[in-house]
Design a protein around this ligand. Sequence first.
Ligand code: FRU
Length: 477
Amino acid sequence: MKQDNIQIQINDAVAGNRAYVHNDPYHLEYHLMPPVGLANDPNGLIYFKGTYHIFFQWNPFGTTHGYKAWGHYTSTNLIDWRLEPAALKPEAWYDKNGCYSGSAIEHDGVLYLFYTGNVKDAQDQRSTYQCLAVSEDGIDFDKKGPVLHLPEGYTPHFRDPKVWKSGNEWLMILGAQNTSLKGEAVLARSENLTDWEFIGPVAGNDMNGLRDFGYMWECPDLFPLSDKDVLIVCPQGLEAAGDDYHNLFQAGYFIGEFDSSNHTFQHGSFAELDKGFDFYAPQTFTDGSGRRILLGWMGMTDDQEQNHPTIRNNWIHALTIPRALEIRNGVLVQQPVTELKKLRGHKKHYSKLELEKDVAFREVIAPMSEMLLTFTRPVEEAFEMDIRNTLNISYVANRLTVERRTFEGTDTEQRTFSLDLLSELQIFVDRSSVEIFVNGGETVVTSRYFPTDDDAVNIRGHMHFDLSVWEIESGRV
Ligand code: FRU
């Protein structure tokens, strides 16, 4: 392992803060989180030579968005993780202000990372370079420098390369802002992974009937799933509309058909990937079993960030659990990977529970728990579930609402959406996160939460259900 000066500083930051971070009551136990500092997007997800590699945007030196290296975790089972040395650090002229997001592929036994080199000059003017770094062991990376320069017609908000093999060529999809200040996903192609030729937009404003759809698109990912193609992308600048787009930035998808011969993508409408408060910049990859797995950033670059109570212990944000994707009835469905069942410890099961109106069912849960609620008859009138007095899930008049205490703890905020029938809730609780998979993952609601004064769930409503509650057993990541 190479030990340069910056890696030594990173190791010192990790070691010097270990006690603070690990003793934080909101430390996450089975989610990937920064060992110190700030984490944002998952990057370079890949299953390489029998090992899962998950990189992430990482500032090890503070809890704000400044320094951006690629942090690195590895695993052979998606459950036990090991922190590796930072894979990319912003040291070169072409990435000195940040090794921004990107992706990984394997070719001839070599791991290729594609990422955005972010550069700012003395006047704070941005330049962007799409860069390559390679590794044979998946741990030490050699930077090869820029492989694609900013094409004409785009502002320097041009980043987040995701690369894949398409027939005889390699394709790269990037998030971009065109010079009319509209968001687009654009393509480039290569035959050898080092020489890249810009093609043009594949989706964006004024294409496929999209209008006023954001001033910038970040973190695109285009991949086949079932007999369709899916474009995941994060548009910035959408106005809230009805139940949609209530976070500052959005993460969602289009389902359609990608024509690899002429590089076009015909698609349907945009749908949000998650209805919660904290979900952004997801990325997918396929593993040895062919599953398409997604991880997202369980966070958002917004005004609330600096209110996270974990900042006092020098860390902030985390990644979601890995979720396997499928298309069901035209909807992208996310399900926790089955490996997570191995974390199930002590179990309680209640069969055929029948609650009368206004009679609460109370169950003390561990700070790390999985709950599976199966409704054996349609909910009559209302269902309500309160988790540790901090996050509340309710289902009333065909609307599912999640309400949480704000991070300052003074108020509540909510997200809500229509749902014709509620049949199942699978809920993953970690010390400071809740991921709710509704009806087998047809809708997912991801939120951070910071409980203070209660250790139970309370369920109310007139309904019939089965409930399993597992304590999640996990060594610290
Ligand atoms: C998304 C994003 C990316 C960028 C990275 C920088 O959260 O803004 O577009 O590459 O974060 O950390």
